[in-house]
Design a protein around this ligand. Structure first.
Ligand SMILES: Nc1ncnc2c1ncn2[C@@H]1O[C@H](COP(=O)(O)OP(=O)(O)OP(=O)(O)O)[C@@H](O)[C@H]1O
Ligand SMILES: [Mg+2]
Length: 405
């Protein structure tokens, strides 16, 4: 199996997926804007060839460059696991005549309005929604849907430009803030908890699935800097209060005809238990969520994905042993990291439950917490019992503090 892998060096999970492909016997060739010599070592070791283009996002020029490249001969699949490259991957599949999502099949994964229309037609529950371009259309949609509501870009990511709106006066404020967004979705605001439903599919079967609980809801985590956002991969996604969401997600895969690869879905659980669908990406979740899956099940989800798309199976044992929480920390103050408080005490008490600590070192510049989900680093804590995992995670979130200056 010869695979063209788009952007094999970035984001930071990509080298692991490339390594997984090589490990299951695939011949992997890269396509990206980095020179081969600048790729991470793990990627370089996995690739048999690499095409560097000037501007990866110039679809037409990139397709032409690939067509003219001898390395593109004999390609069986085109893979992209990064949201900005999904449509480029589809264009390349069509140009090279290889299977996988076409341009038209990719659109529902990229455009939140098209996605919801397909799901509505399949009878799957989404928030009531309208798309709108002009301000007058947004106001009309708001009248129809009612308050509170959400205004967000139809092709958003990272909760950028996503706003909760409580009344018509609030809407005027948000209209000003979203003037630069050409088209928005206006949606019924869904109250409740938020979860993911992530899958690895092969030949139409769901071979692995994961449910991660966002604590708190992403929009809240993205609004208040003092929050230490947590993502908790749940050991037992089969528990009854998650079943409505799992079933909804399986229905979505069917409605979209998704058969091979990773998916990342998000859904809401209302206080009355009803599951409402949020969104789906035809790719793995970012922010090192795949590592979290590995820590929850003691396996290698990167290689599992590779085996699923190359051979239609996952042969590693998947043992659901742990609830695993990733706790992201944001420094106090601006500038460079000066000190990290509380870590020694936490490690002394809970070290056996903490398989990974990835905090920025003292001296490093602190990151812009709005621009990166991983902020100034993270720590993973896991435990066989969910209650205990959550208790430790909350304690760590409160006790571990990073100071910049
Ligand atoms: N209809 C809704 N009701 C309540 N909250 C919502 C709704 N739509 C979006 N949100 C909130 O805004 C967040 C971001 O929305 P969404 O996931 O649609 O956008 P996104 O920019 O693709 O996000 P990301 O890339 O962070 O997953 C959600 O996780 C949720 O907290
Ligand atoms: Mg989202």
């Amino acid at each position: 199996m010869r695979i063209l892998f788009i952007s094999p060096g970035y984001p930071s999970e990509m080298p692991f997926f490339c390594r997984g492909l090589a490990a299951v016997g695939a011949d992997v060739v890269g396509l990206g804007d980095q020179p081969a010599g600048a790729l991470p070592e793990m990627t370089r070791n996995a690739l048999s060839d690499h095409l560097q283009v000037g501007n990866l996002w110039d679809e037409e020029a990139t397709v032409e460059a690939v067509r003219a490249w001898p390395g593109a001969r004999g390609i069986d699949r085109v893979e992209c696991l990064w949201e900005p490259g999904m449509l480029l991957a589809a264009r390349l599949r069509e140009a090279l005549g290889v299977p996988g999502l076409t341009y038209a099949q990719t659109l529902p994964f990229r455009d939140k309005e098209i996605m919801k229309r397909v799901l509505d037609d399949a009878g799957l529950r989404t928030p009531r929604h309208r798309s709108a371009r002009a301000e007058s259309e947004v106001r009309a949609a708001a009248e129809e849907i009612g308050y509170p509501l959400i205004v967000k870009p139809i092709a958003g990511a990272g909760s950028a430009d996503t706003h909760r709106v409580d009344d018509p006066a609030d809407l005027e404020r948000v209209l000003k803030l979203t003037r630069h967004v050409p088209e928005v979705s206006v949606e019924e605001f869904i109250d409740g908890e938020e979860f993911t439903f992530d899958t690895i599919c092969g030949r139409g079967e769901v071979l692995y699935h994961n449910v991660t609980w966002y604590r708190p809801r992403p929009l809240i985590a993205r609004t208040h800097e003092w929050v230490s956002p947590q993502m908790v991969s749940i050991k037992h996604p089969a528990q009854p209060d998650l079943q409505t969401g799992v079933e909804l997600g399986l229905g979505v895969l069917k409605a979209l005809g998704y058969t091979d690869g990773f998916t990342h879905m998000e859904w809401f659980r209302k206080p009355d238990g009803e599951a409402v669908f949020g969104e789906i990406g035809a790719r793995p979740p970012g922010a090192r969520s795949v590592d979290l899956m590995n820590f929850a099940c003691d396996f290698d989800a990167f290689t599992a994905w590779a085996e699923a798309i190359c051979h239609g199976r996952i042969s590693q044992p998947i043992e659901r042993r742990w609830n695993a929480s990733q706790i992201v920390k944001r420094a106090h103050g601006e500038g460079h990291i000066q000190r990290i408080e509380g870590l020694a005490g936490i490690m002394a008490r809970y070290g056996q439950w903490i398989p990974s600590v990835e905090l920025l070192p003292v001296g490093a510049p602190r990151r812009n917490w709005k621009a990166t989900l991983l902020s100034d680093g993270w720590l993973i804590v896991r435990h066989p019992h969910l209650d205990r995992c959550l208790e430790m995670a909350d304690e760590i979130a409160a006790e571990l503090q990073i100071y910049a200056g």
